[in-house]
Ligand binder design. Structure first.
Ligand code: HXC
Length: 510
């Protein structure tokens, strides 16, 4: 018995060293942690239960039959983050460059299946040279099995990908099918075809970092939802995000103790909107003042900054926030902002996270680049996402809610449960100047008449009262009381249920 236990210890020690000390040193020299070090930081101390530590590949070509490394380039299992269950896999770059073999894929699929069966999120830490070249189509088949499982798990359990090294070729599609992708600056990249191929095929000369680094994917492509400076910071922030997320689509939003009164008044909000309606202000200040303990985890902070998305808590429960940002493009909606917010709303709705929408939007951004880029279809995504959402929806109009953008930003007509407006709200088809230019074109040469028309329009339409008179606004509220009103609204809506007509699924304007 002791002999076999010694053997077990020896085999475990062998597996734990992965591709060997030299390759571990190389990994460290690049500023990267190893797969096991990453999992140790991600999970609560002592909580990791590893599976398939001794699994080996079965390839026999290219001399592979003579080379076997226990675990086959991925460390898998489950553990806890702040006491809550999570399934994990971390590719081990020290073993065949973390490349995906048939058996590595089976290990990942096992974790995905267990996560779905047991109702807990999946976090994948990617660091891989892609398909195991020696295995050919067996590796491609393995990838596709993982993709199919990503799709099955979508909307069942949250899936988070953290790119902590290379992720190239079709391999990028597993992260792309998950709910969130985070990257590490300067040590991770994602692309379908690498710089060498680009040079040959399109004559473009770019570095891997330029083509698919964290900056590219968080500011240009929006493939990634956030970037962090190093492995440690990335893992700490993933732990923070995890605390906001439900475990599954049946578990409901997580709740945790809070130390911030729900009826906390904030008189500074009474002056946050400038008197001049053309001056901007920072909507993030409002978000932070509404959130429990000012804790806000922003999703895609560097992309489409004219809209803000992220998670906060109210009375300890997670709430998704979508807010127009007047500081950028005056808060106009455009294609990028619509796509960003639509995907966020879809995530919240999948996992029963209530949504708070803060509205200050002068309309959709005009221009040929927007029209040619399909803003009609992208705007429709946001409309569809809100219109289909069945989670509690609370909307606060702080200032402008003009035109089509009013219709999109979770009004009552689209299913918004409670719509509040501040006294500074202006709910209209458009601003006064634009309206007068159309309605009173023949009077425009007369400055006095024009001024009178503008004043008349402002008096009639640029207030929340016309909408409140029709019941489209449930109540005009004082800014200082917003946290209390919103918190009470969500508390009232906690058991919300709505019936939907039967359908297989709708046809989201993709
Ligand atoms: C097998 C691989 C591998 C792979 C790397 N290695 N990629 N082994 N299959 N795909 C091995 C190397 O042989 C090496 O082994 C070790 O991993 C480390 O690799 P290095 O090249 O020394 O590391 P580095 O210089 O950091 O370069 C990393 C790299 C490079 C940029 C990822 O290895 C690379 O270009 N690899 C190939 C990438 C690729 O083309 N993959 C296929 C993409 S297509 P030793 O024994 O020396 O330590 C794809 C299709 C998926 O993935 C389709 C899904 C539908």
């Amino acid at each position: 018995m002791s002999n076999i236990q010694d053997k077990l210890d020896a085999r475990r020690a062998q597996a734990r060293i992965g591709g060997g000390q030299d390759r571990i040193d190389k990994q460290h020299a690049k500023g990267k942690l190893t797969a096991r070090e990453r999992l140790e930081l991600l999970l609560d101390p002592g909580s990791f239960e590893e599976f398939d530590m001794f699994v080996q590949h079965r390839a026999t070509d290219f001399g592979m039959e003579k080379s076997h490394i226990a675990g086959d380039g991925v460390v898998t299992g489950w553990g806890t983050i702040n006491g809550r269950k999570v399934f994990v896999f971390a590719q081990d770059f020290t073993v065949y460059g973390g490349s995906l073999s048939e058996t590595q894929a089976k290990k990942i699929c096992k974790i995905q299946d267990m996560a779905m069966r047991n109702g807990a999120p999946i976090i994948g830490l990617a660091d891989s040279g892609g398909a195991r070249i020696q295995e050919g189509v067996a590796s491609l088949a393995g990838y596709t099995d993982v993709f199919k499982n990503n799709i099955r798990a979508s909307g069942v359990v949250p899936q988070i990908s953290v790119i902590m090294g290379p992720s190239a070729g079709g391999a990028v599609y597993s992260p792309a099918l998950t709910d969130f992708i985070f990257m590490v600056r300067d040590s991770s990249y994602m692309f379908l075809t690498g710089p060498d191929v680009l040079k040959t095929v399109t004559n473009e000369i770019v570095t891997a970092e330029e083509l698919g680094g964290a900056k590219t994917h968080t500011t240009k492509s929006s493939v990634a939802d956030g970037a962090f400076d190093n492995d440690m910071e990335a893992i700490n922030q993933i732990r923070r995000l995890f605390d906001f997320l439900p475990l599954s689509n049946t578990s409901g939003s997580p709740e945790r103790p809070f130390f911030d009164a729900h009826d906390r008044m904030d008189t500074s909000l009474d002056t946050i909107v400038p008197d001049n309606p053309n001056l901007p202000y920072d909507i993030k200040e409002l978000v932070l003042k509404l959130a429990d303990e000012s804790d806000f985890f922003e999703i895609q902070p560097e992309f489409a900054k004219n809209i803000i998305t992220g998670f906060m808590r109210m009375e300890g429960k997670t709430v998704g926030v979508v807010a127009n940002q007047p500081l950028v493009l005056a808060g106009c909606l455009d294609s990028d902002a619509s796509r960003k917010a639509a995907r966020f709303v879809r995530f919240c709705d999948c996992f029963s996270i209530p949504i708070l929408t803060l509205v200050d939007v002068p309309g959709f951004l005009p221009g040929t680049s927007q029209e040619f880029g399909g803003v009609i279809k992208h705007g429709a995504k946001l409309l569809y996402a809100y219109g289909e959402a069945s989670v509690p929806l609370v909307t606060v109009i702080t200032r402008k809610a003009y035109g089509g953008a009013y219709c999109v930003m979770a009004p009552k007509h689209l299913g918004g449960d409670i719509n509040y407006a501040w006294p500074s709200a202006q709910i209209a088809v458009m601003g006064a100047k634009g309206a007068v230019e159309i309605l009173h074109r023949k009077d425009l040469s007369d400055a006095d008449k024009t001024a009178a028309h503008v004043a008349d329009y402002e008096e009639k339409f640029l207030s929340p009262f016309r909408a409140a008179e029709r019941g489209f606004i449930d109540e005009v509220i004082k800014p200082q009381s917003t946290r209390k009103r919103v918190a009470r609204a969500f508390a009232m809506l906690a058991e919300k249920e709505i019936a939907k007509p039967w359908k297989k699924h709708g046809n989201l304007p993709l």
